[in-house]
Ligand binder design. Structure first.
Ligand SMILES: NC(=O)c1ccc[n+]([C@@H]2O[C@H](COP(=O)([O-])OP(=O)(O)OC[C@H]3O[C@@H](n4cnc5c(N)ncnc54)[C@H](O)[C@@H]3O)[C@@H](O)[C@H]2O)c1
Length: 337
């Protein structure tokens, strides 16, 4: 039966942000979430009555190996993504995986290899800033040359939820990277906005804000990078900042400057202090965590690359690996997987 004539069957593993995936799938008429999985028995019991038409299980293999399931959403803890992706691919599932794809360079390379063997399978990842209306408008403006030539881009992933690493599962893992866990959103955003590739990075990190807690990794990483075009960028991934969650973004072109501040997004088209910047009306963040999913389902049906493509997932994570390596090695060329 062709994919177009059958309703796709979905399973979701991990029901934190994974629960928000349900609405994303149900926004598409040709698929149905049939199975949910969470290792937490209490959560499963609670959700059974909320989703009576879905099966609930504590074992990820119930979804990953079920021949009736076409698409798997992976929204488990970061260190489980790799093995779940491998098993899903072995069982011919399309995959929508929460970021990060995985935690180790060799794991990413292995996933890449498996995907190459099964080019018919689609994979996408929840790099959700792509759906922010203000950033979509910015991309339009960049493409229409309203910024002139870009020469600098800066972004900060200001987490604003330090307790999630000092108290939650992130601080209990054998390895956690704030670059892979948070910075990946900014890296993807920058490369998507500018359609340029980061080729070299240089990073520093520290752990002061969460010192003495269960968390054992850098909670601040700051880096500079060089793009293929000659543009230069910088980014901080700041999990310790005392402020609400926010993505700072500054884009500098020869004709315009944009700055995304807490108070709003401003577009400057003059160096004259008496000329007011234009406030961008488009909402920020203005996204629901399931917003990329409808399009992903359509890509599976149409047998084409999804909006967040396979190439782009590896492009963003390759830069993240280079940044983490650079903290110990100094300037590091990005080795694209
Ligand atoms: N795209 C985004 O903006 C975004 C936002 C938040 C979280 N995330 C990602 O989503 C993933 C989950 O984070 P969260 O914030 O939802 O955490 P969470 O603690 O709120 O929920 C995770 C749930 O998954 C379950 N789980 C974990 N590993 C499992 C496994 N192997 N099998 C079955 N169930 C499992 C846990 O019991 C828990 O209920 C992480 O990878 C995180 O990076 C992405």
């Amino acid at each position: 039966m062709s994919l177009q004539t059958k309703q796709l069957r979905i399973g979701i593993i991990g029901l934190g942000v994974g629960e928000a995936h349900i609405a994303g799938y149900h926004a598409h008429p040709d698929c149905r979430v049939v199975a949910l999985c969470d290792q937490d028995a209490e959560k499963c019991r609670r959700l059974e009555s909320v989703y009576p038409d879905m099966t609930l299980s504590q074992q990820d293999s119930d979804i990953l190996t079920d021949p009736e399931i076409d698409i798997v959403s992976i929204a488990s803890y970061d260190d489980d993504h790799y093995q779940q992706i491998v098993t899903a691919l072995e069982h011919d599932k399309h995959i929508f995986v929460e970021k990060p794809l995985c935690l180790k360079r060799e794991h990413a390379a292995h996933i890449r290899e498996l995907l190459n063997q099964k080019p018919q399978l689609k994979i996408s990842s929840n790099l959700i800033l792509r759906k922010c209306p203000r950033f979509i408008e910015l991309r339009n403006k960049i493409q229409h040359r309203e910024f002139g030539e870009l020469f600098s881009i800066e972004g900060d992933y200001n987490y604003g939820r330090l307790h999630k690493v000092t108290e939650g599962w992130r601080g209990k893992l054998d390895f956690y990277s704030i670059v892979l866990g948070g910075g990946v959103h900014i890296i993807d955003l920058m490369q998507w906005l500018t359609e340029d590739d980061i080729v070299e990075v240089f990073a520093y990190g520290n752990q002061i804000a969460s010192r003495g807690s269960q968390f054992r990794f850098n909670d601040l990483v700051t880096c500079v990078f060089k793009f293929k075009s000659g543009m230069v960028g910088k980014m901080s991934v700041n999990f310790g900042c005392v402020q609400p969650h926010h993505h700072n973004l500054n884009i500098y072109g020869t004709k315009a400057t944009f700055t995304n501040q807490m108070q709003g997004g401003y577009l400057y088209t003059s160096r004259d202090a008496s000329v007011e910047p234009r406030l961008m009306e488009q909402p920020y963040p203005g996204v629901h965590k399931g917003d990329l999913i409808r399009e992903f389902v359509q890509a599976v049906i149409d047998d084409r690359e999804p909006a967040v493509s396979r190439e782009e997932i590896f492009r963003a994570i390759s830069v993240c690996f280079a940044i983490d390596e650079s903290i110990h090695r100094g300037p590091t060329k990005v080795d694209y997987i």
